[in-house]
Design a protein around this ligand. Structure first.
Ligand code: FES
Length: 131
């Protein structure tokens, strides 16, 4: 009787481990593809605006001094940041704050905002950003 319980327990543990590993593998494949597809999109933003911070669909352009571009998605749980208060980028969901270099000033977010690659056409003054 004791051996039957042990073998059932062993079977259930093994089944759980195999199911969990399969799920994690599929999840990795799915999210990996999403990340790759996500990077294929580009957007163009005219920089003839005098605002120092521009909020676009998926990004935040810091247009003062050396231009910088960050993902507008908060590194805590991914809410879209679209507010500037006292020169700080503020997440509407849980109140994380970031400086204009993308560094977290106040949690719960602890990671900096993701930097995005971009180019600027000097003639047209249009910024092209890889999202
Ligand atoms: S998602 Fe931004 S603080 Fe939680």
């Amino acid at each position: 009787m004791g051996n039957k319980k042990k073998s059932r327990r062993y079977f259930l543990k093994t089944l759980g481990a195999v199911t969990g590993a399969a799920f994690l593998g599929l999840w990795g494949l799915m999210t990996g593809d999403l990340q790759k597809n996500k990077r294929k999109k580009t957007i163009s933003i005219p920089l003839d605006d005098n605002r120092a911070v521009l909020f676009s669909e998926d990004c935040i352009v810091i247009n003062s001094g050396q231009p910088k571009v960050f993902s507008s998605y908060c590194t805590h749980l991914g809410c879209r940041i679209k507010t500037l208060e006292d020169s700080k980028l503020v997440c509407p969901c849980h109140g994380s704050m970031f400086d204009l270099n993308g560094n977290p000033l106040k949690g719960p977010a602890v990671k900096p905002l993701e930097k995005l690659e971009f180019t600027i056409n000097k003639n047209s003054n249009i910024m092209t950003i890889k999202i």
